[in-house]
Structures are given as structure tokens and as C-alpha cells.
Design a protein around this ligand. Structure first.
Ligand SMILES: [Fe+2]
Ligand SMILES: [Fe+2]
Length: 298
């Protein structure tokens, strides 16, 4: 990770905005408890304790719901890597440090709740799930060489993508209990997105060229954090076919609302570098539209 003094200065400059957003986050985030969302009465022992091991017919989830749930859970599981990423980039002092800690604690709840649900309801093979978790966490997650501004732009898109993916997965399960749990998790992800989104809005005022360039780079290179998980591509194809998360969802529910909120195409009095970055964003959107149209025609 390389960060020039100028880039670190951005983080210092944003600190008051971080403090403000942290206060707002803490006042809006409602306490909730993972155990409330789990149908414990459905739970029973596995063979190790004299019960019965998992069999496919125990699951009430179809293949799409299974693929989406596993992807979402593995993605949440790699939290230690994400914590390392943001703690190293944003630091552990002041409002940034408090945010990093609080965010980590909230995220951990998501993995806990999703695993409890899947194990108690026997939604997926717990042995395969545990092996996939071991592999993915051993591999870890590395977001590459992002500047702090690129990292904030990335997590704005990623938190919104995670929100939409949880929300649509809940609906796709056909299980009201899973739907309620995933809607609750999606509400957390939404608040995370709002936090980062508003930092980018402040950064756009302070340094439009650097911020627009960071947005352009993150749009061009975006991949979900779970993309390096075992068999991600196979599951992502299933999830896309079901419309839980595909290019169209990405364009309409992630890219568009954020660009609109930041008023990227309405900004005036930009210098040449900022204009150039904005043209990259416009070119990215046009290319994404072409790809969506091509895939709809197929
Ligand atoms: Fe999460
Ligand atoms: Fe989140």
C-alpha cells in the first residue's frame, strides 16, 4: 500500500466530517441481536453428538438461495482481512479509529447471524461451508494498492452492493425468517454506505479532481470482496441468472444512485484533470450500458 503525504492529508482533512458522520451513525444505528432472528426450535444435533449429519433433503433452500447465502456469508467471514485493510488505511486514532472499531463490531454480527441461521435450519452442507471458510480466510483478502480516497470510493460502492445483495437474497430464499434477517443486515449495510458516501461528497468539495479520479478508478476496477472466495464465479453466475445481482442491478441500484447523489454530472467549474476523470466515469457508464444491452439481446 502506498500513500503519499498529500493523500494522507486528505484523511486528516476529512477527520471533522468523519466525526460528524460517526455521531450521526451512532444516533441512527439501532441495537439488534442476531439470536432473535434464528429459529432455534428447528435445531438438532449432528452425528458427532449422536444425532444425524446433514443431508441435501434437510435444506428448504433451492440452489439459487444456497449459492447466494454461501456467497454472502463467506464474504462476511473474511472480516479480519477487511479490518486490516481499513485499519491500515484509515488509522486507529481519533474519529477514524472509532469508526473502524464500530464498523468491525457491526460487520461481525452479520457473519454470526447468517451462520447460525444456516446451521440451525440445515440450509447448506455445514462441512462444505466450513471448508470453504477455512480456504477463503486462509487466502485472506487484499484490495490492492488503493489510495485512501480510492478506498473510501470503493467501500461506498461495496457497502451499497452488499446491501442490495443481502436484500435480494432474502427475497430469493422464499423463507420469511431468512428474509427478515437479511433485511435487518441490509439496513446495517445501508448505514455503512451512507457514512462513506458522505465522506466522498465532502472530498468532492475539497478536491474534485482527486475524488473524481478515485471514483472513476473504483468503477473501472470494481469487484466484490467475496470475488476471491472458492467457486465464487460459479455461484455468481447462479446469482446473476436469478437477478439477485447482475450488471443491470449494479448499474441501476449501485452506480447510478451514488453518481446521482454526488451530482457527478452536474458539478461545474472543474479543472482539466477533474473533467478528464469525469469523462472516464461517463465512458464507464456508457460501456456498462452496452454490455447490459448485449447480454439482454443474447
Ligand atoms: Fe456486512
Ligand atoms: Fe457493511
Amino acid at each position: 500500500m502506498s500513500s503519499t503525504p498529500a493523500q494522507s492529508a486528505v484523511l486528516v482533512e476529512l477527520e471533522p466530517v468523519v466525526a460528524e458522520n460517526l455521531d450521526r451513525h451512532l444516533s441512527l444505528a439501532k441495537e439488534w441481536h442476531p439470536h432473535d432472528y434464528i429459529p432455534w426450535s428447528e435445531g438438532r444435533d449432528f452425528a458427532f453428538l449422536g444425532g444425524e449429519d446433514w443431508a441435501p433433503e434437510h435444506s428448504r433452500l433451492d440452489e439459487t438461495a444456497k449459492a447466494a447465502m454461501i456467497t454472502n456469508l463467506l464474504t462476511e467471514d473474511n472480516l479480519p482481512s477487511y479490518h486490516r485493510e481499513i485499519a491500515t488505511r484509515f488509522g486507529r486514532d481519533g474519529a477514524w479509529g472509532t469508526w473502524v472499531g464500530r464498523w468491525t463490531a457491526e460487520e461481525n454480527r452479520h457473519g454470526v447471524a447468517l451462520r447460525d441461521y444456516l446451521v440451525v435450519t440445515r440450509g447448506v452442507d455445514p462441512v462444505a461451508l466450513e471448508r470453504a471458510r477455512m480456504d477463503y480466510m486462509t487466502l485472506g483478502y487484499d484490495s490492492g494498492d488503493k489510495t485512501p480516497l480510492e478506498a473510501v470510493a470503493y467501500v461506498s460502492f461495496q457497502e451499497l452492493a452488499t446491501r442490495v445483495s443481502h436484500r435480494n437474497t432474502g427475497r430469493a430464499t422464499g423463507d420469511p425468517i431468512a428474509d427478515k434477517l437479511l433485511a435487518r443486515i441490509a439496513t446495517d449495510e445501508n448505514l455503512h454506505m451512507v457514512f462513506y458516501r458522505d465522506l466522498i461528497a465532502a472530498a468532492l468539495e475539497a478536491d474534485p479532481a482527486a475524488t473524481l479520479s478515485a471514483i472513476a478508478t473504483e468503477l473501472e476496477t470494481f469487484a466484490m470482496p467475496g470475488a476471491s472466495a472458492p467457486q465464487f464465479r460459479r455461484r455468481a453466475a447462479v446469482v446473476a441468472r436469478a437477478g439477485i445481482y447482475d450488471m443491470k442491478v449494479h448499474r441501476e441500484e449501485i452506480v447510478e444512485p451514488l453518481l446521482r447523489y454526488w451530482e457527478v454530472f452536474e458539478l461545474t467549474a472543474l479543472d482539466a484533470a477533474a473533467e478528464q476523470a469525469r469523462e472516464r466515469i461517463a465512458a464507464f457508464c456508457a460501456e456498462l450500458d452496452r454490455r447490459i444491452e448485449r447480454s439482454a439481446n443474447r
